[in-house]
Design a protein around this ligand. Structure first.
Ligand SMILES: Cc1cc2nc3c(=O)[nH]c(=O)nc-3n(C[C@H](O)[C@H](O)[C@H](O)COP(=O)(O)OP(=O)(O)OC[C@H]3O[C@@H](n4cnc5c(N)ncnc54)[C@H](O)[C@@H]3O)c2cc1C
Length: 604
C-alpha cells in the first residue's frame, strides 16, 4: 500500500489532470471566430434552458446554419458539481448577471430592501447555475395558459409530450408511472440512498397526512424527495451539458460566447440581424430566416425594448423609435419566500450522510468515480394549501428543504451584499461547520405582478426590475400562513426531536408569552419584512397568448406581434407562473419552440 503522502500526491495530480481535461472540453464549446459567418439561417440569442435546445434541434438538419450567441463564457467544473458548496460559489461570480430589484416594501436587505435576482451568465444560462430541482409545476397551470390566455397548443395534454421528449428518467420506479420520458438528452435521477434523517423527515410529513407523491406525476399535492437535474454520472444535467456542450453539430451550429446582443436589426418590420458587443467591439450578423430571442425573463424584455418593441410611451420617453407597441416587461411574476435554518442536534449526526466539501478526497471521488457527496444536491418538498386556496389539487405554497453542511468559516458564508454583516455574523456563528435543514417556505401562486423597464437606452445599463413583492395582501397572508405551517412542522411534528430550537434573526424577536415560534405572528411578520427574497423564478415578461389580447407580446407560436421573423422562446413567454420551479418548463418551451420554428419553415 502506498504511504498516505504518496496517495494524496497521486490524487492531487489526478484531480489537476481531470480538472484540466474537464475545462478544455467545456472551453472547446466556442466556435473559432474565424469560422463565424456574416449570415446564418437562424440566430438564437441566449444559450440557457430554452435557447440551447432550440439551437440544437434546428441544427439537427445539416442543411440549416444556426448561430447561437451567448453573453457569458463557457461553463466549467464548478457548474458540473451538483453539491451546494459548488452552486453557492456561482453567486456573485462572473457567471452571475447579479441583478437586483428596485427597493421593495419587503426584502432581504437592511439597506433599501434591495432583493438580489441572480441569473446565469454562462453557456447553459441559468440551467448551469440553478439548484437542479426537477419540478414541472401543476398541470392546471398549462390548462390555464391554453384556456384563459388563448395559448392554443399549450394545454397540459399538449405540453406533456415535450416534457417527456427531453427527459431520460433513470429511476425505473418513477419512470414507469406513465408521466416520464426515458430516452431524452436530459438525465434525471433520484437520490439513491437518502440518509435516515431524510426518511424521518418524510415520515413526519406522512404522519401529518401529507402523502408521498411524484410531484411530476398524477398528483402534485403531497411531499417528495425531489428528483434532480443530475445525470447518471453525478454531474449537473444542464441544457448545455445535454444539448450543446460538446457541440454535436460543429459544422452547422456555431456558438459564439462572450457576445452581448445589444439590438435586433430590422428592415421595415422584418427582423434581419443582430448587433452585438464582443470584447468592446460592435459587430453585426444577419439571419435569412428567423431570430429567436432566448435571453431569459429579464434580458429578453430589455433586448426587445432596446430594439423598439415595447410600451410606446416608455420607448418614446427614452427616444427609442417604436416598431411595435406591446406590453413588453409587464406581467413580471416570481415566487417569494424566506429561509429558516434548523441546526440538527449533534447526537443525531449518525443519521446523516457526509456533506459536500471541496476537499481532495471528495474532489477525487467526484472526478474519478463520479460519486460521493459532491455528486449530490437534493431537496425535499412539501406542498401546502393555505385557507385562501379553494383548489386543493393546485396548491398555492410549499416549502423546500435542503440538508446541508454550513461552511466552517464566516468568510465562506455568501452573505447578501446589503446585509448588516456584523449582526448576521453573530447570528450565524453557532451554525458554522454544522449540519442543518435549510427550510424555504415559498408563495407558489402569487397574485402581485411587477414590471421591467429600461433604465437607459444604453444596453450596458441594467434594466429596472420592480418585483411588486407581496403587494397584494392575500399574497402576504398566504406566505405568512405557509411559514406558520412550516414552523409547526419543524417545531412540533416528529422531526422536531432531531432539531435544535431556532434563534431569532437579527432585528426580530420571538413572542415572550408563546412556547413555539409558529404561534408568534409578530416574528413571522418581521421575518418576511426583513428577509423575503426572490426564489429565482421570474417569468411572464413577454407573455404568450391569443393574438388579439392586449396583454400579450407573442402569439401561441411564439411570434412577436407586429413584426416578422422574430420569436421569443424562454421563461418570459409563460402567461402564468407555475407553482413549481421553472427550469423544467423552460426546457419544455425550448423543445416545443423548436418544433414550431421547424414547422413554420417547412424543415424536417
Ligand atoms: C439560483 C437559482 C436556482 C434555481 N433553482 C432552480 C431549480 O432548482 N429548479 C428549477 O426548475 N429551476 C430553478 N431555477 C430557475 C430556472 O433555472 C430558470 O427559470 C430557467 O433556467 C430559465 O431559463 P431561460 O431559458 O428562460 O433563461 P436562462 O437559462 O437564464 O437563459 C438566458 C441566457 O441568455 C443569455 N443572455 C441574456 N441576455 C443576452 C444578450 N443580450 N446577449 C446574449 N446572451 C444573452 C444569458 O447569459 C443566459 O445564458 C433557479 C434559478 C436560479 C437563479
Amino acid at each position: 500500500m502506498a504511504p498516505p503522502l504518496v496517495g494524496i500526491s497521486i490524487q492531487l495530480l489526478s484531480i489537476a489532470a481531470l480538472i484540466l481535461q474537464n475545462n478544455i472540453q467545456h472551453d472547446s464549446v466556442e466556435t473559432s471566430v474565424h469560422q463565424i459567418q456574416a449570415v446564418y439561417d437562424f440566430i438564437v440569442v441566449g444559450s440557457g434552458s430554452s435557447g440551447a435546445i432550440v439551437a440544437n434541434r434546428l441544427a439537427e438538419n445539416p442543411h440549416i446554419r444556426v448561430l447561437l450567441v451567448e453573453a457569458g463564457g463557457p461553463s466549467g467544473l464548478i457548474n458540473d458539481i451538483p453539491a451546494q458548496t459548488a452552486t453557492g460559489a456561482l453567486f456573485y461570480s462572473e457567471q452571475d448577471w447579479n441583478y437586483t430589484l428596485t427597493p421593495q416594501k419587503y426584502g432581504v436587505s437592511y439597506q433599501n430592501r434591495v432583493i438580489p435576482e441572480n441569473r446565469g451568465h454562462v453557456i447553459g444560462g441559468t440551467s448551469s447555475f440553478n439548484s437542479m430541482i426537477y419540478n414541472r409545476g401543476n398541470r392546471r397551470t398549462f390548462d390555464v395558459w391554453a384556456k384563459e390566455y388563448g395559448a392554443i397548443g399549450w394545454s397540459y395534454e399538449e405540453v406533456l409530450p415535450y416534457f417527456m421528449k427531453y427527459e431520460k428518467n433513470l429511476d425505473p420506479l418513477v419512470a414507469s408511472n406513465g408521466f416520464h420520458g426515458t430516452t431524452g438528452p436530459i438525465e434525471i435521477t433520484s437520490w439513491s440512498h437518502p440518509p435516515p434523517i431524510i426518511q424521518l423527515h418524510q415520515q413526519a410529513a406522512n404522519e401529518l397526512h401529507i402523502p408521498s407523491t411524484d410531484i411530476n406525476g398524477a398528483q402534485q399535492f403531497g411531499t417528495a424527495v425531489c428528483q434532480a437535474f443530475i445525470d447518471g454520472k453525478g454531474r449537473r444535467s444542464s441544457a448545455s451539458n445535454a444539448y450543446i456542450d460538446p457541440n454535436p453539430y460543429p459544422h452547422n451550429l456555431h456558438i459564439l460566447a462572450r457576445a452581448l446582443v445589444t439590438k435586433i436589426l430590422f428592415e421595415d418590420k422584418r427582423a434581419v440581424g443582430i448587433q452585438f458587443l464582443r470584447h468592446g467591439t460592435e459587430h453585426k450578423i444577419f439571419a435569412k430566416k428567423e431570430i429567436i430571442v432566448s435571453a431569459g425573463t429579464i434580458n429578453t424584455p430589455q433586448l426587445l425594448m432596446l430594439s423598439g418593441i415595447g410600451p410606446e410611451k416608455h420607448l418614446h420617453d427614452l427616444g427609442i423609435p417604436v416598431l411595435s407597441d406591446l406590453p413588453v416587461g409587464d406581467n413580471y411574476q416570481n415566487h417569494w419566500g424566506v429561509s429558516i435554518d434548523f441546526a440538527i442536534k449533534e447526537k443525531y449526526y449518525h443519521l446523516l450522510s457526509t456533506g459536500g466539501q471541496m476537499n481532495v478526497p471528495q474532489l477525487y471521488q467526484f472526478l474519478a468515480r463520479k460519486t460521493g457527496p459532491l455528486a449530490q444536491h437534493y431537496r425535499t418538498v412539501v406542498y401546502y394549501n393555505t385557507h385562501n386556496n379553494k383548489d386543493k389539487d393546485w396548491p398555492n405554497t410549499n416549502w423546500e428543504t435542503g440538508l446541508y453542511l454550513y461552511p466552517a468559516n464566516l468568510s465562506d458564508v455568501r452573505a447578501f451584499p446589503h446585509e448588516d454583516r456584523h449582526a448576521w455574523d453573530i447570528f450565524r456563528a453557532p451554525l458554522l461547520g454544522r449540519y442543518y435543514f435549510f427550510v424555504h417556505p415559498i408563495l407558489q401562486r402569487p397574485r402581485s405582478v411587477g414590471s421591467i423597464r429600461l433604465a437607459s437606452k444604453s444596453p450596458l445599463y441594467y434594466p429596472l426590475i420592480d418585483g411588486n413583492v407581496l403587494a397584494d395582501p392575500k399574497d402576504y397572508a398566504d406566505l405568512h400562513e405557509s411559514i406558520k405551517a412550516a414552523l409547526y412542522f419543524y417545531e412540533r411534528s416528529s422531526i422536531a426531536e432531531y432539531l435544535e430550537p431556532i434563534e431569532p434573526i437579527p432585528g426580530c424577536q420571538f413572542c415572550k408569552d408563546r412556547q413555539f415560534v409558529n404561534e408568534c405572528d409578530e416574528y413571522i411578520q418581521c421575518l418576511i419584512v426583513q428577509t423575503a427574497y426572490s426564489c429565482y423564478h421570474p417569468a411572464g415578461t413577454a407573455r404568450m397568448g391569443a393574438h388579439e389580447r392586449h396583454d400579450t407580446v407573442v402569439d401561441p407560436r411564439l411570434r412577436v406581434k407586429g413584426v416578422d421573423g422574430l420569436r421569443v422562446c424562454d421563461a418570459s413567454v409563460m402567461p402564468l407562473l407555475m407553482n413549481g420551479n421553472t427550469n423544467a418548463a423552460s426546457l419544455m418551451i425550448g423543445e416545443k419552440c423548436a418544433d414550431l420554428v421547424k414547422h413554420d419553415n417547412q424543415l424536417a
